[in-house]
Design a binder for this molecule. Structure first.
Ligand code: ZN
Length: 111
């Protein structure tokens, strides 16, 4: 077993994993709040931390066909959202390399 490395984000507005409370993403990295996840509202982030990726797969989303990986908290293994690996529609290309985190699975502590 490797030792788990937990990254800590700086700044006053940090989203944390709801289940184990490690840092997941900074408010400053939110690109959009207008996304739909599996569990309701979801946010698009340009960067997230303390995650591990599931296998790559093709998935039909509301906005068309994408290649995605599910995103898990690297500390507690709960599923938090997904990563856009590849978009096929030119209008969706900006999402490549970005992450969706489910609002319901994040905690806003102290803000
Ligand atoms: Zn967690």
């Amino acid at each position: 077993m490797g030792r788990l490395f937990i990254e800590t984000l700086s700044g006053p507005r940090i989203f944390k994993c709801r289940y184990c409370k490690v840092d997941s993403a900074s408010r400053d990295d939110v690109v959009s709040k207008e996304f739909q996840g599996r569990y309701g509202r979801a946010y698009l982030f340009r960067n997230v931390v303390n995650i591990s990726l599931g296998p790559i797969e093709e998935r039909q989303l509301i906005s068309g066909l994408h290649t995605v990986n599910d995103v898990y908290c690297s500390s507690c293994q709960q599923i938090l959202g997904w990563k856009y690996d590849k978009a096929y529609e030119p209008s969706q290309k900006y999402k490549e390399g970005m992450y969706i985190l489910e609002r319901e699975r994040m905690l806003k502590e102290g803000w």
